[in-house]
Write a protein that binds this ligand. Structure first.
Ligand code: NAD
Length: 436
């Protein structure tokens, strides 16, 4: 990593690719659903803004002895239902607007799937691929230290997200544990979820979001009297979520026909891309580009793939109004957060394309994070079959609630999912009241 001064400024946040800011999109979605269910104005005011917005600037020593200043965020949107919960994103795109939107979506997600957590999100504005392993460790540890008691096992519980890994979570956990009294050290492992299994992670957490995406799709197909077996899919993103989604769907009999990531896009006309082979390739080559058992295609050709299901599992604002005319898939499963722009969503809904919204489709991650938190609290380790069984149950129940809500309010699946989430929050506010 090269820098110019002895202490450099944090990188300037990258601007959004589409016109509307992500947080404006999140706010508009919230207000629409609040209107649908007639949410009282006082609850709209509270839920309309995050409770806490924490920004930390912290210096880190690089391998060559110089120091760089990094900027990190933790946005705590709401903790009515339980401790703040949400991922930590490591990317140059991390800025206040993005993290506020992502934190807001976490509140709806945890409420929708009925896990006793609130909503939060955080991250560091940096590109982890540009730093050595040692530098990365120091960045993660110093960020955790800078956050101090703003996180905690019963207060705010981070997890991996875009750009961060299970090992980063282990460093966060270890740093936090070393900052508490020795007698408390074993009791704080659950300050972070998504850890490696060896360090207290849950079996099945690595694949949880992808597994949940597959369950969400299976739930929807069952409503249509169909099954995953034999369906064709295109997946954008082959990181934690995309790779595991591909693996689980492949194991269920689906054919992965196209995959795209930041390096390029690949597709096959017939048969299927083997996720294990593709993973071997991406591990060695840094991305899907050049995978020898498929054709290289353009991004537009990827979106135009002749498949049943399109699964954006990379970054936000990828399914745009310009790309909608290309899309042949009749089902879009939002594995990423915020992948569909509002304009595109209106066009797709008008065309009868089913959109399984992110707060539902990618909730497997936070669901199994909850299982990890419970296992840590009880000093237990559950079998993978138990984790998968419980996850399927949570996703199925959430899918059933969305379907009932969609019929009752005659609205889109996204509005229906928000309505379920907001209704649960309303009931709790009604019963607890607003202090003082
Ligand atoms: P990751 O960093 O492991 O992988 C990201 C993938 O997106 C990579 O394959 C990368 O090449 C690709 N990508 C990045 N920029 C791209 C671009 N411009 N065009 C095409 N592809 C691009 O991240 P992840 O953990 O898999 O997260 C992916 C999405 O899923 C994010 O929106 C994240 O918020 C969401 N999500 C993640 C989890 C989780 O448990 N990790 C849980 C819920 C939601």
């Amino acid at each position: 990593m090269t820098t110019t001064g002895s202490v450099t400024d944090p990188p300037a946040p990258q601007s959004s690719t589409a016109d509307q800011s992500l947080y404006d999109t999140a706010t508009a979605q919230f207000e629409r659903a609040a209107e649908i269910i007639g949410l009282p104005v006082e609850y709209r005011t509270i839920l309309g803004s995050p409770k806490n917005e924490i920004i930390v600037n912290f210096p880190v020593r690089l391998d060559d002895g110089r120091y760089e200043l990094f900027r990190g965020y933790r946005i705590q949107h709401n903790n009515l239902l339980g401790p703040y919960k949400g991922g930590m994103r490591f990317s140059l795109g991390v800025d206040l607007d993005e993290v506020k939107a992502l934190a807001t979506w976490m509140t709806w997600k945890t409420s929708l799937v009925n896990v006793p957590f609130g909503g939060a999100k955080g991250g560091i504005t940096f590109d982890p691929s540009l730093y050595s392993a040692d530098e990365r460790m120091r960045i993660v540890r110093r960020f955790t230290h800078a956050l101090g008691n703003n996180i905690g096992p019963e207060h705010d519980i981070p997890a991996p997200d875009l750009g961060s890994t299970a090992n980063d979570m282990v460093w966060m956990m270890d740093t936090f544990a070393n900052s508490v009294d020795g007698s408390e050290r074993q009791n704080v492992k659950r300050v972070v979820t998504g850890k490696t299994v060896e360090c207290g992670g849950s079996l099945g957490r690595d694949k949880a979001t992808g597994q949940g995406v597959a369950f969400a799709l299976a739930h929807h197909l069952e409503l249509e009297g169909r099954v995953v077996d034999g369906s064709t899919v295109a997946i954008q993103g082959f990181g934690n979520v995309g790779e595991h989604t591909a693996r689980v769907l492949h194991a269920m009999g689906a054919e992965v026909r196209a995959v795209a990531d930041h390096t390029g896009a690949i597709a096959v006309d017939q048969g299927a891309i083997d996720p294990e082979q593709l993973w071997q390739w991406t591990s060695q080559n840094g991305g899907v580009d050049g995978f020898p058992s498929a054709d290289s295609v353009t991004v537009d050709e990827f979106f135009a793939a002749d498949v049943d299901v399109l699964i954006p599992a990379a970054i936000e604002k990828q399914v745009t109004a310009e790309r909608v005319p290309l899309i042949k898939a009749r089902i879009i499963v939002e594995a990423a957060n915020g992948p569909t722009t509002p304009d595109a969503e209106r066009m797709l809904e008008a065309a009868g394309v089913v959109i399984l919204p992110d707060v539902f489709a990618n909730s497997g991650g936070v669901a199994v994070s909850y299982f990890e938190w419970v296992q840590n609290k009880m000093s237990q380790q559950w079998a993978l079959t138990e984790v998968d069984y419980r996850l399927r149950q949570l996703i199925w129940d959430a899918g059933d609630r969305i379907e009932a809500s969609r019929k009752s309010y005659e609205c889109t699946r996204r509005d229906a999912a928000y309505a379920v989430a907001l209704d649960r929050l309303r009931q709790v506010y009604d019963q607890r009241g607003i202090f003082p």
